[in-house]
Design a protein around this ligand. Structure first.
Ligand code: TRP
Ligand code: ZN
Length: 880
């Protein structure tokens, strides 16, 4: 039997729900393999729904064991039942009560959607469509109801019983070994925010008093013995709560806020109302097992999920096409939070790097989609860098366009007008139009057009007229099957540097709207004249990366060097260096393909000396400035006929040249790591980042003691950041001592799966010919678990996304390996398989001999008859 082709869901087909749900009462009798769910729901016919319209509820692999309507059983003729659908043919005219009993097997649930077990703990994941795996329901975000949850379980198996909202009742069930708890959430919510947790968990508690005096109990639940790893997460939570009050006037709205860390989770974390559930890698940290990056991630994800309480929960999405309404805005909010907690520029640099590394290739490949997609087959495939990261950039564009004040007024209007709503991007934008009095039609287009706009810049200075003329043009890449894109509004933050590096202000600007230092590009082409400039300025454009665009600007190397030294915008100082390095790496890559001798550019190697001179003033920034574009960055810039081996060679050559030219400084700096007791704060982390950048260069220099010093750094490290940095160099550069360090690491960290993930990751990303054999061996390591998403990501996804020379091997073995794993994982966990599959998205930009091998692997996947809907959608698009 051939499975039906998955249906396409379209935004234009949206219709309001015919029936509303007022209240939901859920009673869970938890049993490992046979859990009973009794649901009692009050339905209400919506205005405009003809009486007698059938009620159709969603299900997914459900077994119906009981059903009644207004207390009476339903006859077979009245209903139609399937595992994925329950229809009541002629419901009563207005309000009615439906009772549904379903039976589910949480232990057999390997998809990690719906109710499942992780290390024995019962937990749920309902976004986007997991609730329908628990009971039949109108499982769509615009059906908001008030939920009460009763949970019953064996006391010994699950002493902790958690639900959404506030606890109302709990107790023992007399004469049995079972107990129960009842939770009530007064805030109407969509089903995707439902959650329950039951298990034998330890609790770390604290409290937070809101501005209006509400005393909130904060709890983090983890496996026993991990209590000491929760301090940073708890601290991050309290800072998030305070920050949201101070910055947006948003307070928490329940008596308790619970966080649970589980070790089997498909994504990062989930914002279930009052009961956030986290992938434990975004909760647990101590200096022994977590890096500075882990600390920063935990801070950001804790904040992100907490901020969803307003942007997502109090105001939710009308349908899944509006996903960016909550995700883009919430990412923007967590980015702002982290900027306030740390260095704003360094945070901006890392966000832009992330955007370019993940979102740009997505937008340039077969999986490109608008920030608000118009169609999907599997919504889980649309939790993407475009929806999240580009979505956040659009909020930033909006803020730049309107200015801080009007932006704040717009947000305030949004929160007051739409509290309690399931709404849309149009409604969101309307708030900013009203609050600012501006027409945002050209801004709104950003949400509907896929692809990264290209902004072409030509500049000409006329000395006699004291005028700089800028010819600006914007264009979207042509995307098959999509209508031609229209111009959008692109705010370009800019500056003009005089010969001393000071900012100049033009006396007049013609041809574009300029507000402060922001120039608006609003047409396909614009010629802008900036006059009153008595000397030739150096243009600093797209400061702070004010719009998510690519620049086509043939700025001279001397201008870029000047900007790298003098730009008052620190972001663009970093960008100028990156642009220079990218150009040089592209030149070297081309040379490597002709087997010419590679000779790196002296000016670029020299300017590093100046970066190093400023190292102590701002270590975190300096560490960023000392990070060369990645191999993937270079591949993306090349865009076609990519030869990863040539890129690898080019990057290695430039790194060695820089390392050898400044060997003494690097040797010196690599010891100047943060001193004293470990602290995860941004200043200490910045010092470690710089020391470890220096270590990486030193490891790649010709210094006679390089291998010894890196090995020594490994063995003397007293925190994970320094330890993993040294291990990475030992392994990547294949230095003597690598084997010994790997063995020592395994020994030391064998009881921490999260620390072991880093061990798998380092080996999976080693750019060696033997890497795949190594991975084969690692998969047999008893510490590897091929069913755990974090382990799969640490080994297989790390390889596919972070080891370009080995993944794209000419003999096709890299692609074959990843395809094998995808096919193995897909039947168990389609979400994880489909994520893995996205690492093939840039296959067409590879040189032909490699692209042929990638296609073979993709076709093998595509030929599978029983592929999940998730993988089917991705593989079809990738091959199209
Ligand atoms: N809403 C979650 C977030 O952004 C994302 C998420 C968690 C998710 N688990 C999921 C999305 C499972 C799809 C499927 O914080
Ligand atoms: Zn989110």
């Amino acid at each position: 039997m051939r499975p039906e082709a998955p249906v396409t869901i379209r935004l234009e087909d949206y219709k309001p729900a015919p029936y509303k749900v007022e209240t939901v009462y859920l009673d869970f009798r938890l049993m490992p393999t046979a859990t009973t769910v009794d649901a009692r729901m009050i339905f209400q016919r919506a205005d405009g729904t003809p009486i007698g319209t059938p009620l159709v509820l969603d299900g997914d692999e459900l077994e119906l064991t009981g059903l009644s309507l207004d207390g009476l059983p339903l006859q077979p003729d009245d209903i139609s039942v399937a595992p994925d659908r329950l229809e009541i043919r002629t419901p009563p005219a207005d309000r009615f009560e439906l009772k549904i009993q379903t039976k589910i097997d949480p232990s057999a649930n390997s998809k990690l959607e719906g109710l499942y077990r992780s290390s024995g703990t019962y937990c749920t994941q309902c976004e986007a469509e997991g609730f329908r795996r628990i009971t039949y329901f109108p499982d769509r975000p615009d059906v908001l109801a008030v939920y009460t949850t009763r949970i019953e379980a064996r006391k010994s198996e699950a002493p902790v019983l958690l639900g959404n909202g506030n606890p109302v009742e709990s107790g023992d069930i007399a004469g049995t070994d079972r107990h129960f708890a009842v939770w009530h959430d007064p805030h109407p919510k969509p089903s995707y925010l439902f959650a329950l947790v039951a298990g034998d968990l330890a609790k770390v508690s604290d409290r937070f008093v809101t501005t209006s005096g509400k005393d909130v109990a904060l709890n983090i639940y983890v496996e026993h013995g991990r209590e000491s790893l929760c301090d940073w997460a708890m601290d991050s939570l309290k800072r998030s709560m305070k920050w949201d009050e101070d910055t947006f006037g948003l307070e928490y709205d329940l008596d308790v806020f619970n966080i649970v860390a589980v070790s089997d989770f498909n994504m990062g974390a989930m914002e279930n109302k009052g009961l956030n559930i986290f992938n434990d890698k975004y909760v647990l940290a101590d200096p022994e097992t977590a890096t500075d990056q882990d600390y920063a991630n935990i801070e950001a994800v804790i904040a992100h999920e907490y901020f969803h309480n307003w942007t997502g929960n109090r105001i939710t999405c009308r349908d899944w096409f509006q996903l960016c309404l909550k995700e883009g805005l919430t990412v923007f909010r967590d980015q702002e939070f982290s900027s306030d907690m740390r260095s704003r520029t360094v945070k901006r640099i890392s966000d832009v790097k992330l955007l370019k590394a993940h979102q740009f290739p997505e937008d340039a490949g077969p999986l490109a989609h608008p920030v608000r997609p118009r169609e999907y087959k599997e919504i889980n495939n649309f939790y993407t860098a475009t929806v999240y990261e580009k979505g956040a950039e659009l909020i930033r564009v909006l803020k730049t366009l309107l200015g801080n004040e009007a932006f704040a007024r717009g947000l305030e209007l949004y929160f007051s007008r739409h509290d309690g709503d399931a709404t849309t991007i149009e409604a969101f934008i309307a708030c900013f139009e009203e609050a600012s009095g501006r027409d945002l039609a050209l801004f709104a287009r950003w949400y509907d057009q896929a692809g990264t706009p290209l902004v072409a810049v030509e500049s000409h200075y006329d000395k006699d007229a004291a005028t700089l003329t800028l010819k600006l043009a914007q264009s979207y890449p042509a995307i098959k099957g999509q209508r031609k894109a229209k111009p959008v509004v692109i705010p370009l933050q800019f500056g003009l540097l005089d010969s001393k590096g000071q900012d100049m202000t033009p006396s007049q600007v013609d041809g574009a709207t300029v507000e402060g230092d922001v120039l608006l590009l609003e047409k396909a082409e614009q010629t802008v004249r900036l006059s009153g400039l008595n000397e030739a300025p150096v243009l600093s454009i797209l400061r702070g990366f004010s719009s998510p665009v690519r620049l086509d600007f043939d700025q001279s190397a001397s201008d870029l060097l000047f900007l790298a030294r003098h730009d008052s915008d620190q972001f663009n100082r970093w960008q100028a260096l990156q642009t220079l390095a990218t150009r040089e790496l592209i030149r070297l890559t081309k040379a490597a393909r002709t087997r010419a001798r590679l000779k790196p550019d002296a000016a670029l190697v020299d300017v590093i000396a100046e970066v190093l001179d400023q190292a102590s003033a701002d270590p975190a920034f300096c560490a960023q400035a000392l990070t060369l574009p990645s191999e993937q960055d270079i591949a993306r810039e090349l865009g076609q006929d990519v030869d990863p081996d040539a890129i690898h060679k080019a990057r290695k050559c430039l790194t060695a040249a820089i390392a050898n030219a400044h060997m003494a400084q690097f040797g010196n700096l690599m010891n100047q790591t943060a001193s004293g007791a470990f602290s995860p704060d941004a200043t200490s982390a910045g010092k470690r980042a710089l020391a470890n950048r220096a270590l990486a260069f030193y490891a790649q220099s010709d210094a006679a003691d390089a291998a010894d010093r890196v090995a020594a750094a490994y063995h003397s490290a007293d925190n994970m950041t320094d330890r993993i940095a040294a291990l990475t160099q030992l392994v990547n550069q294949d230095l003597p001592g690598a084997e010994k360090a790997l063995a020592a690491y395994r020994q030391r960290h064998s009881t921490s799966s999260l620390a072991m993930d880093k061990w798998f990751h380092v080996q999976a990303t080693a750019p060696h010919d033997t890497c795949l054999d190594q991975i084969d061996a690692l998969m047999l390591d008893p510490l590897y678990d091929g069913t755990n998403p974090n382990r799969i990501r640490a080994l297989v996804h790390a390889f596919a996304a972070g080891n370009p020379t080995q993944f794209a091997r000419k003999d096709g073995r890299g692609f074959e390996f990843v395809a094998d794993i995808i096919l193995k994982v897909d039947p168990r966990n389609p979400q994880v398989a489909s994520r893995l599959l996205t690492s093939f998205r840039s296959w067409r930009s590879l040189e032909e001999c490699r692209a042929i091998e990638a296609k073979k692997a993709l076709l093998r996947i595509s030929d599978m008859a029983n592929l999940s809907r998730d993988c089917r959608e991705i593989v079809d698009k990738t091959l199209k």
